[in-house]
Design a protein around this ligand. Structure first.
Ligand SMILES: [Mg+2]
Length: 88
């Protein structure tokens, strides 16, 4: 017998994934609102960045990713941004 979605959401991994998805969605929304308002200091943007950072920290605590992997990926992404943006 397969588990219902409600039962699946009781597992910590599923909760972690769903809440991370939700927080990423909220961050996307606040990025858009900040752009529309041309407001770099939009407090909800800062709040949602913090929420996503919290979920990334929890992903580390649950062993999905470790600091070494994150550091390597940050370097990889920064190199890409050097090519495709003027952010770095
Ligand atoms: Mg949030």
């Amino acid at each position: 017998m397969s588990k219902s979605n409600t039962e699946l959401l009781k597992t910590k991994f599923m909760q972690l994934m769903v809440i991370t998805m939700e927080e990423c969605g909220e961050l996307i929304q606040e990025c858009s609102k900040s752009m529309r308002r041309n407001d770099e200091n939009h407090q909800p943007l800062k709040d949602e960045i913090g929420d996503v950072y919290c979920m990334i920290q929890l992903c580390k605590e649950y062993g999905i990713i470790d600091q070494k992997m994150l550091d390597e990926r940050v370097e990889y992404k920064k190199n890409k941004l050097k090519k495709w943006s003027n952010l770095i």
